[in-house]
Design a protein around this ligand. Structure first.
Ligand SMILES: [Ca+2]
Length: 88
């Protein structure tokens, strides 16, 4: 319970700072990690997609992407060689 209280306080503090002084760059970064983008990929893939495949490849979709930075668990299997870049 103590831990939960600390988390709520932390979010409140971050929100206050963000409202007061947030540069355009930070705003853009925030929108990329928002609910509309998948947290594992930097190219803003849909977070609720059933699968992504590489554009121009032999995958069956339903969604396709070009080269994309993989910044979290590679749930769509786009980065086969594990170097952090998918669909190279
Ligand atoms: Ca790769």
């Amino acid at each position: 319970m103590i831990g939960t209280g600390k988390i709520i306080l932390g979010i409140g503090a971050v929100g206050a700072i963000a409202t007061m002084a947030l540069s355009p760059g930070e705003l853009a970064q925030n929108s990329q990690t928002g609910q509309n983008c998948h947290p594992s990929y930097s190219g803003c893939l849909k977070p609720n997609a059933s699968d992504y495949d590489c554009r121009g490849g032999s995958g069956n979709g339903p969604y396709y992407t070009g080269k994309v930075r993989v910044i979290g668990p590679d749930v769509f299997g786009l980065d086969r060689d594990g170097d952090g870049w998918g669909c190279e």
